[in-house]
Design a protein. Structure first.
Length: 276
């Protein structure tokens, strides 16, 4: 591969290694060195596969990172990595586990890689992307997007109530919330996919994490660009986009701009190579 193609890979690997070493040294916990080194390596390998034209590149990263976070961090280590876990550690005044994860992947990270979390690491989307509706078969229901804010508020209220009631076994409760929450997410996500004939319906309408992701993603350094002088308005990119992004416009204000998950399906079908 040419140096130009290797540059994004090296940037991602360097970024994650910097975070890994910094947290390892400041927190005196070698887990952070392993955790972020592993995720950075998976992303780098996935990017290398994508650059080499392998169709399974994104799925490799989804499985490698998604299963690691769900099975190892969530089930084996009993860390609640969902939004309730973030509120729990935040209210506890502890900067570790879910709070670090959210800071890196979902609050400040999107300034660099937008909604990359949704496209490459989310363990909910990892399963939903296996369903048959990879391309939306019904128009997007824009008004339903407000439900994500309801879910966000409910998660905040739930954890707040648990703290106010001063339960003594909060950590155990948070683990059970993680288990129950994931079951509900998968059940709801699969149901919505079949109702709307859209694998990503859950992401568009219900996922509370997008409340963090969307504002920062607007300023994302990594994004799909459109050379409008080359675009012939064939509409092929719009038809394959799983998130209904108006990718045939260059402006950051294009419709659903902050929904892009960087799957790059649009770039593969563009006959004019206007997207990159």
């Amino acid at each position: 591969m040419k140096m130009k193609k290797l540059l994004p890979l090296l940037i991602i690997l360097t970024l994650f290694e910097t975070v890994a070493v910094t947290l390892w040294l400041t927190k005196s916990n070698i887990f952070y060195l392993f955790n972020f080194s592993y995720i950075g390596s998976c992303l780098s390998v996935g990017l290398a596969l994508f650059t080499a034209g392998k169709r399974y590149a994104r799925q490799f990263v989804q499985l490698a990172v998604g299963l690691y976070m769900l099975v190892y961090l969530g089930l084996m280590s009993q860390e609640n990595m969902q939004i309730e876990g973030f509120w729990y550690y935040l209210f506890s005044g502890v900067f570790e586990a879910a709070t670090i994860h959210y800071a890196v992947a979902k609050i400040f990270g999107p300034l660099l890689f937008g909604r990359g979390w949704c496209g490459y690491a989310c363990w909910t989307a990892m399963v939903l992307d296996l369903l048959p509706f990879k391309v939306p078969q019904k128009p997007r229901k824009e008004k339903l997007g407000t439900l994500r804010y309801v879910m966000f508020a409910l998660s905040f209220a739930l954890v707040s109530a648990l703290f106010l009631m001063k339960f003594s076994n909060l950590e155990r409760i948070m683990f059970w919330l993680f288990l129950i929450g994931n079951i509900l997410y998968y059940a709801g996500g699969i149901a919505l996919a079949f109702i709307f004939k859209d694998n990503r319906a859950f992401c568009k309408y219900l996922c509370p994490i997008t409340v963090f992701l969307k504002p920062m993603s607007y300023f994302s350094l990594l994004r799909v660009h459109c050379d409008e002088s080359k675009c012939v308005q064939c509409g092929k990119c719009l038809k394959v986009c799983p998130m209904n992004v108006e990718v045939n416009k260059e402006s950051r204000k294009r419709k659903n701009a902050t929904e892009c998950i960087l799957c790059y399906k649009c770039t593969k079908v563009c006959p004019q190579k206007a997207l990159h």
